[in-house]
Design a protein around this ligand. Structure first.
Ligand SMILES: CC(C)(O)CC(=O)SCCNC(=O)CCNC(=O)[C@H](O)C(C)(C)COP(=O)(O)OP(=O)(O)OC[C@H]1O[C@@H](n2cnc3c(N)ncnc32)[C@H](O)[C@@H]1OP(=O)(O)O
Length: 257
């Protein structure tokens, strides 16, 4: 499949998508987001792929939605055309997605990174929701996901002042899982994705689903949901294999069954 705004490759059991609009610092537009969704869905449907990494360039993961393309929209066009309405479907991919972020992850770029299951950041990464400086607000989940990730105080600070935070502050705040030197970013993200891809896919997907449910359910409902999934995994061959391998002191050979 030929793409214009992204590059797609596989590394073993890992699907790697690189955003590729360098002249616009990977600013997000309808074409790029449609391509990204198509590539992510193709990996999701590919039994050989166990995890997905989304990355950008050294200078920018993505500097937000394309301001030049949206600046002339009026309300009726934005509302009736459901502008950016489908962009958060990236968050519906079932296999784990890691955002490997170097440079700017601003506006929609930060929101895209937050749609992934976790973020590994280069020490050069800068995160922010600068929409307020453009006379608007985040529209791809920034006020919601950022608040859940870093808490109200820091989310308000970032959304109301439009300031950026660096990788260390992002890690301290809970937005980022790990910070690594920029030269090690892709290798680290691929390694983490390979590790995930080596586990049993049903348990990986259930673990992701269960963590995500914690955003929507009460604690009691969430624990009940988790327990049902946990019980259901005893019906898989991979649970038998994983536990037998532990008892026999050998590496498990999962079949995703
Ligand atoms: C999704 C929603 C709903 O949440 C909305 C949004 O995402 S709104 C967008 C939020 N993002 C921003 O406001 C960031 C805008 N960009 C910048 O502030 C700066 O470009 C920078 C701080 C990221 C980098 O600055 P600098 O190193 O000085 O590079 P520039 O010369 O500014 O940029 C290079 C080149 O890229 C173009 N560019 C950058 N960001 C965008 C963008 N979001 N949309 C469109 N184009 C963008 C920039 O215009 C330059 O291009 P040329 O003018 O040289 O052709």
């Amino acid at each position: 499949m030929a793409y214009e705004c992204i590059k797609v490759e596989t590394r073993g059991g890992v699907g790697l998508v690189t955003l590729d609009r360098p002249k616009a610092l990977n600013a997000l537009n309808a074409k790029l987001m449609a391509e990204l969704l198509e590539a992510a869905r193709a990996f999701d449907a590919d039994a050989k792929i166990g995890a997905i990494v989304i990355t950008g360039s050294e200078k920018a993961f993505a500097a937000g939605a394309d301001i030049k393309e949206m600046q002339s929209l009026d309300f009726v066009e934005a509302y009736m055309g459901d502008f950016i309405g489908g962009w958060d479907k990236v968050g519906t991919v079932r296999k784990p997605m890691i955002a490997a972020v170097a440079g700017y992850a601003l506006g929609g770029g930060c929101e895209l990174a937050m749609m992934c299951d976790f973020i590994i950041a280069a020490d050069t990464a800068k995160f922010g929701q600068p929409e307020i400086t453009l006379g608007t607000i985040p529209g791809m989940g920034g006020t919601q996901r950022l608040t859940r990730a870093v808490g109200k105080a820091k989310a308000m600070d970032l959304c109301l002042t439009g300031r950026m935070m660096d990788a260390d502050e992002a890690e301290r705040s809970g937005l980022v899982a790990r910070v690594v030197p920029a030269t090690e970013l892709i290798e680290t993200a691929i390694k983490a994705a390979e590790k995930i891809a080596g586990f049993s896919q049903p348990s990986v997907i259930m673990a992701k689903e269960s963590v995500n449910r914690s955003y929507e359910l009460t604690l009691a409902e969430g624990i009940r949901f988790e327990r049902r999934l946990f019980h259901s995994l005893f019906a898989t061959e991979d649970q038998k294999e994983g536990m037998a391998a532990f008892a026999e002191k050998r590496q498990a050979q999962f079949k995703n069954r």
